[in-house]
Write a protein that binds this ligand. Structure first.
Ligand code: 3H9
Length: 718
């Protein structure tokens, strides 16, 4: 767990050896303690260098150990002892020094970083704070404002920025360990007192109270209801006290956070993201061994909002792209917009724009030789089918054909081609060059290789990719439907859009469902409902007004659209805006009137609806559909669903995602409330508890990490 060598005759080199990130597990802490004792007591040793194996200094405390009782030496006294030692200790930082890893570097008397290293205290993103002295030493080293920014955001900084801020003493492009060893030899005999950060006084800005007030306001505004950023501010404030008092405060604040549901949810999210990336497939098939193909060239068909974002995502990772449009004018507009987006993106990242990788064309014939095509025309099945038919004729047999669709049938498109095994869905989220989520949709015939390639391309583009099965809406949009529907039924029953939005925003969503719908545009859903015969002139005249296709239907969203209210872009939607495109949503008396008239017309007596009912109806219905998705093998594991909601739908990260939230509330309670609502509103769809939820409760509500086994056994009984 830590190797000890005597090098250059008098330097003890301690190498952390806990792959993949040299996390500070109990065994590593034990090994550091032992090797440091040995170095300090050996008279031959004059200095110490600490480094990490495989080019990574240390990724911090071992997060997996947080779930159990503390074993091995606690970190704070261990680090205090390193700092107090009488021999100079130098940290040789390669790769990462994050969290506890950077706190370990902070107790070393000197820090040398490789120019590609990244440093930081990301604990806040895990719902905790840097509780091994990080909140006390960093402000003493770089001052309160800079430390506050780094600790409350968890931002990683480059070695160059770290040098500028004073976090490291030297940045090198050479062998970091060698440089650190030489540095250590030169430090022998020099006084160490000014290098022991805990003994220094924190430099304070003149308006100390003002700085903390602003920081408090900022974190409260940015992270509504999230505890860790606020606790980080309080801990940094304690760095103005003597170290012994500050470290006590740090530890108290940590204890409060550590046991909170928020920390559990955020740590779950960390691992869920990594579990999803390993992609157990919904069908349960083994995909991990399949090798992705290398993609050097791609084509994107359609230069609308989605297409443009996809072109940018591909080009900025060095893939040459042919962008195709059907019309000269649209092609030119698209071309200008893509170039502008790429130039702005390159400027922001301080690199040169990869414009030479782009080609623009009006003909599918130009796509003969590309490795992969992403069709991104608008959601018109007939048009998409025609394009896939043509692609099948034009592209070489090995070209992978993908469709960017938010819910259309991938198998139907695969059926248009001569290579259904090389067809997959790639559902990007808008704007595609910004949003992190990618649903990779496996059709019935999609080969392992095709899915592996789409997943690996997603990763290369910096996306969080999740493999899902093929059904209307896939995972994300299929689940959105019950969530939106509960919200509209609640309107019918007596709530207002602003009341529902406030309850959801207080829960942690950045935007409530109606504000989000106004932003996205109400006309898209209206068109889909019209096309599927739920509303409009094609509605079956035999259907009673509030029942459609055999189930209860709420026509209020259609009535809003019939008035030309399509959301922010028209200045009117569920809310009113000062002008089209404005974002400041104000309650609209016309909507209140519309609701009143509607309820009167259908004899609905409005009732008082509590925030608890809003949260339960919307979020339990959402999770209930998630259970059905697991039953139907559209998602392989609950983590996949949660990652989709965290990265694509703004589900608050400190709640872990809809499935984790359900597990935290308690499956028994979720079942009991769904049964209650289903009984009270037997007509309202999506409230009937799913068989999987019932089964899990019957089996004693196992923790979410164990659901997979129960789902598997459920499938084997089907
Ligand atoms: C802390 O330090 C608290 C202290 O202040 C106070 C204590 C008193 N622990 O991300 P990757 C696993 S809190 C355990 O795919 P990359 C990860 O799950 C900690 N496991 O690689 C994955 O496992 P698997 C503060 C960890 O190259 C594998 O390593 N530190 C940890 O894309 C590879 O990870 C952080 O918040 C860990 N600390 O990125 C840093 N870290 O293969 C968290 C990783 O089984 N880590 N694993 O799925 C990261 O941000 C990234 O992992 C890192 C590498 C940037 C290091």
């Amino acid at each position: 767990m830590a190797r000890y060598e005597l090098v250059k005759r008098s330097v003890a080199l301690i190498t952390l050896t806990n792959p993949p990130v040299n996390a500070l597990s109990s065994a590593v802490r034990h090994a550091i303690s032992k090797t440091m004792e040995r170095a300090l007591s050996d008279p031959k040793v004059t200095a110490v260098v600490i480094c990490g194996e495989n080019g990574r200094f240390c990724g911090g405390a071992d997060i997996r150990e947080f779930a159990g009782p503390l074993r091995g030496p606690p970190l704070v006294p261990l680090l205090d002892a390193i700092e107090a030692g009488e021999k100079p200790v130098v940290a040789a930082i390669e790769g990462v020094a994050l969290g506890g890893g950077f706190e370990l570097a902070l107790v070393c008397h000197y820090r040398i970083a490789h120019y590609k290293a990244r440093l930081g205290l990301p604990e806040v993103t895990l719902g905790i704070l840097p509780a091994a002295g990080g909140t006390q030493r960093l402000p003493r080293l770089i001052g309160i404002p800079a430390a506050l920014e780094l600790i409350t955001t968890g931002r990683h900084v480059s070695a160059q920025e770290a040098l500028k801020l004073g976090m490291v003493d030297q940045v090198t492009e050479q062998n970091t360990c060698e440089v650190a060893l030489e540095f250590a030899l030169k430090a022998v005999g020099k006084p160490l007192s000014s290098r022991r950060l805990s003994t220094l006084t924190t430099p304070c800005p003149p308006d100390l109270d003002g700085v903390f007030e602003v920081a408090t306001m900022q974190v409260q505004k940015k992270a509504r209801g999230v505890m860790a950023p606020l606790a980080c501010v309080q801990a940094v404030r304690a760095a103005t006290l003597p170290y012994s008092e500050g470290i006590k405060r740090e530890s108290e604040l940590m204890a409060t956070l550590f046991n909170s549901g928020q920390a559990q949810a955020l740590q779950y999210s960390f691992f869920a993201q990594r579990t999803a990336e390993k992609w157990t497939l919904p069908s349960g098939a083994q995909w991990n061994n399949s090798k992705p193909r290398e993609i050097r060239s791609a084509a994107v068909i359609g230069l609308g909002t989605m297409g443009r974002g996809i072109v940018v995502s591909l080009a900025r990772v060095g893939i040459s792209v042919i962008a195709v449009e059907s019309d000269k004018k649209l092609l030119e507009t698209g071309r200008q917009m893509v170039i502008g987006m790429l130039e702005r993106d390159a400027k922001r990242r301080g690199v040169s724009a990869s414009l030479s990788l782009l080609k623009f064309s009006l003909s599918l014939q130009d796509l003969k030789d590309v490795d992969l095509v992403i069709e991104a025309v608008f959601e018109d099945m007939a048009l998409k089918k025609q394009i896939f038919r043509e692609l099948s004729k034009v592209c070489r047999p090995a070209t992978l054909l993908c469709t960017n669709t938010s819910g259309l049938d991938v198998d139907a498109l695969a059926g248009m081609t001569d290579r259904p095994q090389l067809v997959a869905g790639m559902h990007f989220f808008s704007p595609a060059h910004v949003m992190k989520l990618l649903e990779v949709v496996c059709g019935l015939c999609s080969s392992n290789e095709a899915i592996a390639t789409a997943m690996s391309l997603g990763k290369r583009m910096g996306k969080v990719s999740v493999a899902v099965g093929n059904c209307p809406g896939f995972v994300g949009n299929r689940m959105l439907m019950p969530y939106l529907e509960q919200a509209t039924f609640l309107l019918e029953e007596g709530a207002t859009p602003e009341q529902i939005d406030k309850a959801l925003e207080d829960f942690g969503f950045a935007m409530g469902v109606f504000r989000m719908s106004d932003l996205a545009g109400l006309d898209v859903g209206w068109r889909v409902r019209k096309e599927s015969g739920l509303t409009g002139p094609d509605v079956d005249p035999k259907d009673p007004p509030r029942r459609r296709q055999g189930r209860k239907y709420c026509p209020i969203p259609d009535m809003v659209c019939e008035q030309g209210r399509f959301g922010q872009k028209t200045g009117r939607g569920w809310y009113m805006y000062d002008k089209p495109g404005d974002t400041n949503a104000k309650p609209d008396p016309l909507i209140q009137n519309l609701l009143k008239t509607y309820r009167t017309r259908y004899g609905i007596q409005p009732r008082k609806i509590t925030d608890q009912e809003i949260i339960e109806r919307c979020l339990f219905a959402l999770a209930n559909e998630g259970f059905r998705i697991l039953e139907d093998k559209i998602a392989g594991q609950p983590e996949d669903i949660d990652v989709i909601y965290l990265f694509g739908y703004g589900f608050p990260r400190h709640r872990g995602g809809p499935m984790f939230y359900a597990s935290m509330v308690g499956l028994e309670r979720v079942l009991e409330r769904l049964e209650y609502y289903h009984h009270a509103f037997p007509d309202v769809p999506h409230l009937e508890p799913s068989p999987l939820l019932k089964k899990l409760v019957a089996r004693g509500s196992p923790p979410i990490q164990k659901w997979r086994e129960h789902i598997k056994s459920m499938h084997s009984h089907l």
